[in-house]
Design a protein around this ligand. Structure first.
Ligand code: PEP
Ligand code: MG
Length: 576
């Protein structure tokens, strides 16, 4: 659908949210197309049944072609597969035949007939359970697309356009983002969604400027030109010359920040290895190409998501081998399955839990479904043997030293040497010394550590201010963890590594604070490596400690961030 600029008001308005991925652009804002409403029940046919049936077949055929074309342009194998499978459903002859029957025999409108026929399929698939039940949503997606086509409305989801645009949405679901084309979508702005939401993580992966929790952005008239500043967290409608200059300045800066030489260090030479967060072999190869010094977080659940049964040890081993190979002999920190909360897995987690984020997730699934963790460790050990990789293994969602000891025992029993745990709960941060008496390293998962410290759901845009790793309470948890590691190291005579693999590590200003608090290594989306490296290279350890002290003693997240930025003029110089 096209929007004519003449219909648009020209008042310059400013919207403020949380900047989650840096960059500045100017482009027209286009909202996510709204969901397609069901046609009225028993909506009657108008006109000849045969011409309605013809329209129906044509609409289905054009949806099929459109999905096939998008599959060809998809930026990943996985996205192409999803699109091809959906295209097949749109071309399903039985679906059109059943809908045509309803048009002819019950005089239903083609929209309603298609809706009823597709809904019948979706219900049957749900009743079958397992894999088929998971595909029911795909049939409903096809249903909405064909009805939108019949009505001459935009297809639901991410708009498909050939010109660059800023995508506005309340929030984005993983399914929307899988097929997002970074050639045309040049920035993301959402009215909801927190700094750790999928939108934020995806935007950083794609290197797209993004602002979340910006109330009102979805009310901006479609087609309005907007300026988006992903560092400042602002959006301005009808931008002026000063905004054009800001975009030009960003282009100059981003050229300087385009590459990372593969060696993270402070200005005084202190090494701060910079690693990557990855989920798939494609991610791992891209991370290695971007100069990452290893993998600081392998989210293994990506090998399991979308499965209704546990993958075999053989399948898992093959997946891990491919990932490990991307990095030669470098360090790969493998996180065991983190199912639960926003990443449910049908064979492991109970979706009826009243509070899934506080339920059986991560390491805890070993209590309810024993065996899966041990088989995963077996696969990791086999992959380690078949490659040169230096493999470390860690468990998510740990709360006690006892759990850590049990995990270390399982890791060693599988023949793996280095065990660690994630610090994602205040309990783990406070007892880091006791935990590190049992394991070799910890990695701070600041996304969850923030939500659990602040008691604020990480997916909720309305709590974005609380849900910030800049919160002094969160920084104190990190400080406690680093102090615990120092104590455990001096007692054992072996250095216990403290890493950060949450999104906090990807914020160049916060990266300085983390190092000042005593963090040894940082792991992030590969796109963030160059900017973080450039800032660290301009700060020495003494300065990082002073900056960290400032942040710890601030009264709020905003105050901490502002005070730190004021002490680090390099950020402004680099346009970050
Ligand atoms: C975290 O919680 O910071 C983390 C890295 O884990 P995830 O985002 O996968 O929950
Ligand atoms: Mg986590």
């Amino acid at each position: 659908m096209d929007y004519s600029p003449s219909e648009i008001s020209t008042a310059q308005l400013r919207y403020t949210g949380v900047g989650v991925s840096p960059g500045r652009v100017i482009a027209p804002l286009i909202p996510m197309a709204p969901p397609v409403a069901a046609p009225p029940e028993a909506e009657p046919l108008e006109g000849e049944p045969e011409s309605a049936v013809e329209r129906l077949s044509q609409a289905a055929a054009s949806v099929k072609t459109e999905l096939q074309q998008r599959a060809e342009r998809a930026r990943s194998e996985a996205a192409a597969e999803v699109l091809k499978a959906t295209a097949l459903m749109a071309g399903d002859k039985a679906l059109i035949k059943n809908a045509a029957k309803l048009v002819r025999n019950q005089s239903l409108s083609p929209e309603r007939a298609l809706w009823d026929a597709a809904s019948g399929y979706a219900d049957q698939m749900r009743a079958m359970g397992g894999y088929m039940a998971e595909r029911a949503a795909d049939i409903e997606d096809v249903r909405a697309r064909i009805v939108a086509e019949l009505r001459g409305m935009p297809a639901p989801g991410v708009p498909q356009r050939t010109e660059p645009f800023v995508l506005a949405a309340e929030d984005l679901a993983p399914a929307d983002t899988a097929v997002l084309d970074p050639e045309t979508v040049v920035a993301l702005v959402t009215s909801s969604g927190g700094p750790q939401s999928h939108t934020a993580i995806l935007a950083r992966n794609l290197g797209l400027p993004a602002v979340v929790a910006a109330t009102g952005v979805t009310d901006i008239e479609p087609g309005t030109p907007v300026f988006v500043d992903g560092s400042a967290g602002s959006i301005v409608s009808h931008p002026g010359t000063e905004h054009e200059q800001a975009v030009a300045a960003w282009h100059r800066v981003s050229e300087q920040l385009a590459s990372f030489d593969g060696h993270g260090a402070l200005a005084d030479g202190t090494d701060v290895p910079l690693l990557a967060n990855v989920g798939t072999a494609d991610d791992a190869r891209a991370a290695a190409a971007a100069g990452a010094q290893g993998v600081g977080l392998l989210r293994t659940e990506f090998c399991f998501l979308g499965r209704d049964a546990e993958p075999t040890v053989q399948e898992q081993t093959e997946a891990y081998v491919e990932i490990f190979r991307a990095f030669g002999s470098a360090k790969i920190v493998v996180r065991t399955l983190d199912a639960g909360a926003d990443k449910p897995l049908p064979f492991l987690t109970d979706t009826t839990e009243p509070n899934p984020a506080l339920g059986v997730r991560g390491y805890r699934t070993d209590w309810t479904t024993p065996g899966v963790l041990e088989r995963q460790l077996q696969a990791i050990a086999a992959a380690a043997q078949q490659t040169e990789a230096t493999v470390w293994v860690m468990a998510p969602m740990i709360s006690t030293a006892g759990e850590s000891a049990h995990f270390a025992q399982l890791v060693h029993a599988a023949g793996l040497e280095v065990s660690g745990v994630m610090v994602e709960t205040p309990a783990a941060a406070i007892t880091a010394e006791q935990i590190l008496d049992r394991v070799d390293f910890v990695s701070l998962g600041t996304n969850d550590l923030t939500q659990y410290t602040m008691a604020a759901d990480r997916m909720l845009g309305s709590l974005a201010e609380l849900n910030s790793p800049w919160q002094p309470a969160v920084l104190r948890m990190i400080e406690r963890t680093a102090a615990g590691a120092r104590a455990a190291s001096s007692e054992s005579g072996v250095h216990k590594n403290v890493g950060v693999c949450g999104e906090a590590a990807a914020d160049p200003a916060l990266a300085v604070v983390l190092v000042g608090l005593g963090v040894d290594t940082l792991s992030m989306s590969p796109r963030s490596l160059a900017a973080v490296a450039a800032v660290l290279a301009r700060v020495d350890l003494e300065r990082a400690r002073v900056v960290a002290h400032t942040a710890l003693h601030a009264a709020s997240a905003r105050e901490a961030r502002d005070a730190v930025r004021a002490q680090l003029p390099v950020l402004e110089e680099l346009g970050l």
